[in-house]
Design a protein. Structure first.
Length: 97
């Protein structure tokens, strides 16, 4: 992903998270929502250009599956592993345990 609005990685992470949350909310309110298209639109509104169709498809699939999609937080703040915090990582929690 690239951002025209801001090169700061935390701002980018927050913008992507807000877009994912908005797409998930739209899907919750209307199950007929095309989640992948809506996610791309929400990202675009926030100045984020997505060049990774596989990431978009995976995020949309997770939203449709009812998983909360969390865009990876930096390890020093969230304690995530490198894989979980990698750019584009969904880092979602399926609520199992």
């Amino acid at each position: 992903m690239t951002s025209e609005a801001d090169a700061n990685s935390e701002d980018l992470r927050q913008a992507v998270q807000a877009a994912v949350d908005a797409a998930a909310t739209a899907y919750t309110e209307d199950a007929g929502t095309d989640v992948q298209r809506r996610l791309r639109e929400e990202l675009s509104r926030r100045g984020v250009d997505v060049d990774d169709d596989a990431w978009l498809a995976e995020a949309a699939r997770n939203v449709r599956s009812g998983h909360h999609v969390t865009v990876g937080a930096p390890p020093e703040r969230g304690g995530a592993t490198d894989r979980e915090s990698a750019p584009g990582s969904l880092g979602g929690d399926n609520g199992g345990g």
